[in-house]
Design a protein around this ligand. Structure first.
Ligand SMILES: O=C(O)CCC(=O)C(=O)O
Ligand SMILES: [Fe+2]
Length: 231
């Protein structure tokens, strides 16, 4: 993993401007291959979801179980810290009462005490014709407002199509869609459910969803990092 410091200021600025932030080269090409290659590994996942069975789209994913693989555990903890500062500012702006402690372990302790004990990082797998419907990853009362998805496959080479899409719905307006350009190993930081937006008459809440457009050919794998645990 790229060892540089993650700049919370740059992430916050890009989230404000665009609704998302891209972190380039967060996972090395060889680690991307290794993670995707472990899709069929035994004992590291707690469940498998076939998306078409739930109306979520087409394709499948697996939730990792605790203990998480080292790379995922350290990435999750490292990303959390700058994002918690942003989350605290956002919730204050949106008049939401949840606040986030400085370390991810402290936040997980809160999740676990509230009965949200199951690991939420996930590995997704899409083939030709697969897609992920627009959704929000809310798993209980405790909700960390930002999440991250890392593209493990190489666009144009491993797959075509399959673009990461965000939509934002502002009060009383039509939804706006954004396609996020990602290369292999890049991560996108995006809002789980809401983000604050500055308007002429103060700050308002924008409702966000994310998904993946249809994969036209090949295979696409993603690592999803969600910071709250699930019930
Ligand atoms: O495959 C993707 O890019 C999106 C995955 C997703 O929905 C998530 O990580 O929550
Ligand atoms: Fe998701």
């Amino acid at each position: 993993m790229n060892s540089g410091r993650i700049s919370g200021t740059e992430i916050a600025h890009s989230l404000d401007q665009n609704g998302y932030a891209v972190l380039k080269g967060v996972i090395s090409q060889s680690d991307c291959r290794a993670l995707a290659g472990e899709y069929n590994a035994q004992d590291i996942y707690r469940s498998r979801v076939v998306m078409s069975r739930h109306g979520f789209g087409q394709g499948e994913y697996k939730y990792y179980d605790y203990p998480l693989p080292d790379l995922i555990a350290s990435l999750r903890a490292r990303l959390y810290e700058p994002l918690a500062e942003i989350g605290n500012k956002w919730n204050a702006l949106m008049n939401m009462d949840q606040r986030f402690p400085p370390t991810h372990q402290q936040y997980l302790d809160l999740c676990h005490a509230a009965g949200q004990t199951k690991a939420t990082p996930l590995l997704l797998k899409y083939g030709a014709g697969d897609y992920n419907c627009l959704h929000q990853d809310v798993y209980g009362e405790l909700l960390f407002p930002l999440q991250v998805a890392c593209l493990l496959s190489k666009p144009g080479q491993d797959f075509t199509g399959g673009e990461f899409v965000l939509t934002e719905q502002r009060p009383r307006m039509q939804s706006r869609a954004v396609v996020v350009p990602l290369d292999q190993g890049d991560a996108v930081v995006f809002p789980v459910r809401n983000r604050p937006k500055q308007g002429t008459r103060g700050t308002y809440r924008v409702n966000m969803r994310h998904g993946v457009s249809e994969v036209r050919s090949g295979h696409r794998h993603t690592l999803g990092i969600i910071f709250h645990d699930a019930q």
